[in-house]
Design a protein around this ligand. Structure first.
Ligand code: ADP
Ligand code: MG
Length: 157
């Protein structure tokens, strides 16, 4: 049996915080099915900034901020947004109940620092890696793994 893995990649540039947020806003606007979005990039790359735009696109009016001290936060919009920041989970292998959002999720689940919970991640997802070029310029690499993620990427960009 052969398994076909749907994968698609694209790169976009952002010149400001507002540009990153509007890119993310457009993604939030088109989402209508559960999806996991992995956000990679150094501290200060713009992962939380991206999540803020995404949340607005999902119709969330509450301010999204870094969940570093909470690890997981839930917001209610057109769909539920689960925002996980796994930064402080490096080397910690504990059942934190994230599967509810990562595997059988009913909403959108955004994960900052996904490498720290790599054994909990689903097989299909949208991955967004933000690279700092200058103080305000970012290179945003997007990879869609799986058919649903690929469809989203096609509609988004
Ligand atoms: P992370 O969650 O990746 O640690 P944050 O989103 O909290 O990063 O912070 C990103 C910082 O970079 C913010 O202070 C934001 O204003 C700034 N910034 C400057 N240019 C950009 C850009 N093009 N895209 C996103 N953030 C930017
Ligand atoms: Mg952050």
């Amino acid at each position: 049996m052969t398994t076909v893995i749907h994968m698609k990649e694209q790169t976009v540039k952002s010149k400001s915080k507002a540009e990153t947020q509007s890119l993310a806003f457009r993604l939030g606007e088109i989402l209508s099915k559960p999806i996991v979005i992995l956000l990679k990039g150094d501290l200060g790359a713009g992962k939380t900034t991206f999540t803020q735009g995404l949340a607005k696109g999902l119709g969330i009016t509450k301010t999204v901020n870094s969940p570093t001290f909470n690890i997981l936060k839930l917001y209610q919009g057109r769909m539920q947004l689960c925002h996980i920041d796994a930064y402080r989970l490096e080397g910690i292998h504990q059942d934190l109940g994230f599967e509810e959002y990562l595997i059988d999720g009913e909403g959108v689940c955004v994960v900052e620092w996904p490498m720290y919970i790599s054994d909990l991640l689903p097989k299909e997802y949208l991955e967004i890696e933000i690279l700092n070029e200058t103080e305000d310029n970012r290179c945003i690499h997007i990879r869609a793994i799986g058919e649903d993620a690929q469809k989203i990427l096609e509609e988004w960009l």
